[in-house]
Design a protein around this ligand. Structure first.
Ligand SMILES: [Zn+2]
Length: 525
């Protein structure tokens, strides 16, 4: 990561220039470059504001800078004074400073470096706020500093003790520490051991025990979490990762982190890798060795991707009639509205429908198709409709084979004729070449005919098995999982084309769409 420079002329600069002060931006550039050199910062871009707009909208270089800052492109921005960044109204100042704050981008001026990751610099970012807020911040900061100091002394600063402990006041000094709650501590130890070593089965085999199982076990043991609720898998994970159980106290292990994206603020609580963690005053519940085994296991389980359950029975099957792309399932988790089938191609005019409607229609069409072909199929099994073509192929195959035999005989003869002096060497060469190329042609034809006959055979097999497959599908469909439904549908369908022009919501015709089935068999013809 690198740094950039932002240059902007103020109104005062413009006036100074008029009285012969020289080119401001060039001067600033020189000053900031030497600052970068002194601090050993690599500058890879310089944003120059040519126009002197007061609003962000009137400052194109600022717009670009803001965009890049939000993306986290820069470690820091060098600027002559902070005021050069934003001098507009409070609103705009807020937008600019928040972008720096939430992306953790430093502001470096010749006088001072402001680091938004450092809470002591935070007041600067709030300078446009009310005084009372600033005071609140100061108080909060003092408190936090006090707590950090307490952590460094091994005291427990949280209000709620972790499961397995109770919070007790320290004798003769300020602050709190933790004391083991025997019953809960036994459960904590059990959880660590189960997760690390698994559980012995009656047959003597050891079986792995996952975090959901541990949560379930806790529930069965009648254990409540600290909020009085049932243990969730995520709470078990947090417990297994908490260094408090090996006697440590930590500070800002999982701080709240805000990031801006498209102007919206998102809150996350990632584990801070460089958190402060020191030996606590309390007794550990598990050994460091056990704790480490558990951490390794959790890390490994995170790196193995969990294959999500397939939710869409029509996955990979339905193609958009407008653009030809596969249509996707779009769930509506918040509104509870049924999932729809949509075309995700940008700008495609295809109108979506409820997925279950498309699914029903496909099943109905399959049933109809099977019914229509039932008689054909029955007669097919009795008398082969491919027999004519098959016979023709067999006939041309044996004819070709016969021709090949002839040619090979003649080919052999050319040598004989040459030896007996019937052919001159010239005639021999000519005749020999001609026969050789003819043999190659016929051989190729035989291979092609054989291939065609083989594929005819497989089509026959497929078609004769397609009808029973559809019957099985229709009979079992409702009892299957989406993944199983998808598998059966794919066995009988190559794809389905979907077409809808009227928007059902406004025309009150949600099922006003057309589908065309392309059974598996069709592509072989
Ligand atoms: Zn489309």
């Amino acid at each position: 990561m690198s740094y950039c420079i932002y240059l902007r002329k103020s109104r005062a600069d413009a006036e100074a220039e008029l009285s012969g002060e020289g080119e401001t931006l060039a001067r600033h550039e020189k000053a900031l470059l030497s600052l970068a050199k002194k601090q050993k910062l690599s500058i890879t871009q310089i944003y120059r504001e040519i126009v002197s707009g007061e609003t962000i909208a009137g400052r194109p270089a600022m717009q670009q800078l803001l965009f890049d800052v939000e993306q986290g492109k820069w470690q820091g921005v060098l600027v002559m004074e902070v005021e050069r960044l934003g001098r507009g109204d409070t609103m705009e100042q807020g937008i600019i400073l928040n972008a720096f704050k939430y992306s953790g981008t430093k502001i470096i001026t010749p006088l001072k470096t402001y680091d938004p990751n450092n809470e002591f610099d935070e007041e600067y970012f709030e300078f446009s706020q009310f005084m009372s807020r600033r005071e609140y911040k100061t108080i909060l900061r003092r408190m936090q500093r006090g707590r950090e100091e307490s952590v460094k002394e091994g005291k427990y600063v949280g209000n709620i003790p972790p499961f397995g402990y109770k919070r007790v006041k320290l004798q003769n000094e300020k602050g709190f520490t933790l004391e083991i709650e025997p019953e809960e501590a036994a459960a904590v130890k059990l959880a660590f051991e189960l997760y690390a070593y698994g559980e012995m089965q009656p047959d003597g085999n050891v079986r792995e025990v996952g975090r959901p199982t541990i949560a379930k076990r806790f529930h069965e043991m009648g254990l409540k979490n600290r909020k009085g609720g049932t243990w969730a898998t995520s709470s078990v994970t947090r417990m297994l990762q908490n260094p408090v159980y090996i006697g440590m106290v930590s500070w800002k292990r999982r701080p709240y982190r805000k990031t801006t994206e498209d102007g919206k603020i998102k809150k996350t609580r990632p584990v801070n890798e460089n958190y402060l963690c020191v030996q606590g005053l309390h007794e550990p519940i598990v050994s460091e060795e056990l704790w480490n085994i558990v951490q390794e296991k959790i890390k490994r389980s995170h790196t193995t991707p969990i294959v999500g359950k397939m939710q869409n029975p029509l996955s990979g099957l339905v193609r958009c009639s407008c653009c030809g792309n596969l249509m996707q399932r779009r769930p509506y988790l918040k509104t509870g509205q049924p999932a729809s089938l949509i075309c995700v191609t940008h700008g495609c005019p295809q109108v979506s429908s409820a997925l279950y409607m498309v699914e029903e229609r496909i099943l109905a069409a399959l049933a109809q198709w099977a019914e229509q072909h039932q008689t054909t199929w029955e007669s097919t099994s009795a008398q082969n409709p491919f027999s004519a073509k098959e016979k023709m192929l067999q006939a041309s195959l044996s004819a070709a084979q016969k021709e090949l035999n002839e040619l090979e005989l003649q080919f052999d003869k050319t040598f004989e004729f040459l030896e007996k002096g019937i052919y001159t060497p010239e005639v021999f060469t000519k005749r020999n070449e001609l026969l050789a190329s003819r043999i190659a042609e016929v051989t190729e034809k035989i291979e092609e005919t054989e291939k065609e006959a083989r594929s005819l055979k497989s089509i026959q097999n497929e078609q004769t098995s397609l009808i029973p497959k559809i019957h099985t599908l229709l009979e079992t469909y409702d009892s299957l999982s989406p993944a199983e439904q998808n598998k059966l549908l794919r066995e009988v369908l190559d794809h389905v084309s979907y077409h809808k022009t009227t928007n059902g919501r406004w025309h009150n015709a949600p099922d006003n769409f057309e589908i065309t089935l392309y059974p598996k068999i069709s592509k072989n013809f």
